[in-house]
Design a protein around this ligand. Structure first.
Ligand SMILES: [Zn+2]
Length: 437
């Protein structure tokens, strides 16, 4: 079968029987734990903390014996052992690329890709692009940030690997230029953050360009939650004239190792690349499948900067039942629900910015932008909470309906402020929805 007509990029891996997947994972896990124990002071101390020897980790069930590792611990390890920390376990002669985290929540953590890591990450990313429909001959407009953000590079390499023409627009150009590439070069696929995708859609609308006249057919959106939010997906699809999919990755784990497939039944996580666990945020014990918990990742094949039980702070619900697409790798159903750091606790109710987004973007009278203003301090518990939105036109009695919709979604009534269209900043990179003052 010609590569382009194949439903899967790596059929044997993507549809592997789960028992066979598990035995492959266990073999790789034993090797990775032994390697990290031998070469990394951080992981030696983590195992010692649990009273475990590397030989005690024989299978996936033994992982729960080991403590999780947090971003703060990786940071501290790097401060104590600059510049890469002791979790950079490959020989420095193997180091090929440095990819720091974005630093949106503190000092960036440096991760290293070896030559083999570049290969693995490119293959996994190519699989995720294929999963939502990218094929040889597509023109891929890569509007993920390049520079110091991993997703830009991984999609660039992977698009080229599949056989696409890659247009590396990144995020550093005016919207007008993005639109010129969409129409002039004839991009068929775009990858971007959801907020940047909406911003480009807004640019098309302002210029009275009908997206149906563009060759663009697919978009995949990551870096923030959003594309699986029904109102955001509908806006991306209508505004850009595409089918929109959700994308997920983390600098420390892998830039783009999970995407939706055509069944749109959640993001498939590449389980030959990482072990995926879902833990209770308080007890840090595994929770039953389908319940909301924190995703924890263990690298199986990462050579240079592997993580073992990395606490992502991202909340999701997992499903291992075979997907309608035929793939067997685990899905986070509904995508990433929220980041622990973005949780707002206000008057006893807990909610995430994605819930405010769902409400705001269901109102055609409002623009896609919004902010949640809360107390300075940085804790989740806040005393003041104001949702700020933009009106597209004159207020046609939207306020009382919006207050009711927010109360119904959040279980609490935040203050509301409506501003004129265009007053809130637009984001090309990761949108900051929570503003502390
Ligand atoms: Zn699927």
């Amino acid at each position: 079968m010609a590569l382009g007509s194949q439903p899967y990029y790596e059929p044997e891996l993507e549809t592997i029987d789960r028992d066979e997947l598990r035995s492959r994972q266990e073999e790789l896990l034993r090797r990775q734990v032994a390697r990290c124990h031998e070469r990394s002071a951080l992981y030696r101390s983590k195992l010692a903390e649990a009273g475990a020897e590397p030989g005690d980790v024989r299978g996936l069930d033994d992982l729960a014996r080991l403590p999780v590792v947090t971003k703060e611990e990786l940071r501290a390890d790097q401060r104590a052992h600059p510049p890469f920390g002791t979790f950079a376990v490959a020989d420095p002669s193997e180091f090929r690329e440095l990819h720091p985290s974005t630093g949106t929540t503190g000092t960036p953590v440096n991760t290293i890709w070896s030559a083999r890591d570049v290969e693995t990450i490119t293959a996994v990313t190519a699989r995720t692009l294929w999963q939502f429909g990218v094929r040889p001959g597509d023109v891929l407009q890569n509007a993920f940030a390049y520079g110091l953000w991993v997703a830009g590079m991984s999609c660039h390499y992977a698009g080229a690997r599949i056989g696409c023409l890659v247009v590396p627009t990144g995020t550093g150009i005016p919207t007008q230029r993005q639109i010129e590439f969409l129409s002039g070069v004839g991009s068929t696929v775009i990858v971007a953050t959801p907020s940047y995708g909406l911003h480009i859609a807004e640019g098309l609308r302002e210029r009275s360009i009908d997206p149906a006249d563009l060759p663009l057919r697919l978009g995949c959106f990551g870096g923030e939650a959003g594309a699986e939010n029904p109102s955001t997906r509908a806006k991306l699809e209508a505004g850009l004239g595409i089918e929109a999919f959700d994308y997920y990755g983390l600098a420390e784990v892998g830039p783009t190792f999970a995407s939706e497939c055509e069944a749109k039944a959640g993001i498939h996580l590449a389980e030959d690349y990482v072990v995926v666990e879902c833990l209770d945020p308080d007890t840090r014990r595994p929770i039953p499948e389908g319940e909301l918990g924190v995703l924890v990742f263990t690298h199986l094949t990462r050579e240079a900067s592997p993580v073992i039980r990395y606490w992502s702070n991202d909340y999701a619900r997992l499903a291992t039942e075979r997907c309608a697409c035929g793939r067997t790798h685990v899905r986070a159903v509904g995508g990433i629900v929220g980041r622990h750091d973005d949780l707002v606790v206000f008057k006893g109710a807990k909610f995430y910015p994605s819930q405010v987004e769902r409400v705001v973007r269901s109102f055609p009278e409002l623009s896609d932008e919004f902010r949640i203003e809360v107390d300075a301090g940085g804790g989740t518990l806040v005393e003041r909470c104001t949702v700020v939105c933009e009106l597209r036109a004159e207020d046609a009695g939207v306020e009382p309906r919006l207050v009711r919709a927010l109360r119904s979604e959040l279980g609490v009534t935040p203050a509301l402020r409506l501003e004129p269209y265009g007053s809130l900043e637009r984001f090309a990179f990761k949108a900051q929805r929570i503003v502390r003052s």
